[in-house]
Design a binder for this molecule. Structure first.
Ligand SMILES: C[S@@+](CC[C@H](N)C(=O)[O-])C[C@H]1O[C@@H](n2cnc3c(N)ncnc32)[C@H](O)[C@@H]1O
Length: 214
């Protein structure tokens, strides 16, 4: 679900998995079709919250970096459950930055600055906790599998530059002048918090595969 141009779909296809790719963006699906033209997978233009498949169609549903973009993400979860066959699993990315890592602290402060300036929150499920809670309520049970972890050495300045590059959807709605002002605020906070915005720190991040069974 939400294949994008195939960062995960293409390796799965090349491992021999039978995959149906679903995305809301025609552009992304065209990119995926071009990149996976040797395998020619079935691709479906659809909203994850309104799937055009009969109940019980699939043995697995995978979503990574998707639900924060889906306003009706609870309905999407119900759709995932509906299209899974008996014994089917829903796989999603868990883990992330270690709880008190400097990168996480910077991200929290950034979120605080955004919210206190009145910028709207993400439309979808930005935080993992409500997603897990909603799945547990359905009810579904999770078996987490740790897949990988990494340590990233960075500086507050580099983290500010990542936000300024607007690669994350959370800043797309912030106009340029406001973004510059908020980033100044983040730099000032980081200079106090970490002593200098050029100070290096390490951030631990883990990639956990959450395997959910309904
Ligand atoms: C951040 S990209 C992640 C792509 C891929 N899952 C990955 O991890 O590399 C999110 C993708 O979800 C798609 N998307 C956003 N909202 C969607 C929705 N409601 N239904 C299906 N796809 C959606 C976007 O078009 C985009 O291709």
């Amino acid at each position: 679900m939400g294949t994008g141009s195939g960062r995960l779909t293409r390796p799965l296809l090349h491992l021999g998995a039978r995959v149906v790719g679903v995305d809301l963006s025609h552009t992304k699906l065209r990119q995926l079709a071009t990149r996976a033209s040797d395998v020619d997978p079935p691709l479906v233009l659809a909203d994850a919250a309104d799937l055009p498949f009969p109940a019980g169609s699939f043995g697995g549903v995978i979503s990574v970096h998707l639900l924060h973009l889906v306003p009706n993400w609870k309905r999407a979860l119900r759709e995932f459950r509906r299209v899974l066959n008996q014994g089917g699993v829903y796989l999603r990315r868990g883990g992330g930055l270690a709880k008190d890592s400097p990168c996480r602290r910077m991200r929290r402060q950034w979120q605080h600055l955004l919210e206190s300036s009145g910028f709207p929150q993400q439309h979808g499920a930005y935080d993992d906790r409500p997603v897990r809670a909603a799945l547990e309520e359905m009810p579904a049970v999770c078996s987490p599998v740790e897949v990988a972890h990494q340590t990233r050495v960075t500086t507050p300045q580099q983290e500010v530059a990542r936000i300024a590059a607007r690669t994350r959807s959370g800043v797309w709605s912030v106009p340029g002048p406001a973004l510059l002002r908020l980033l100044d605020g983040l730099r000032a906070w980081a200079a106090t918090e970490f002593g200098s915005i050029e100070r290096e720190f390490s951030c631990q991040e883990e990639f956990v595969l959450e395997v959910w069974r309904f």
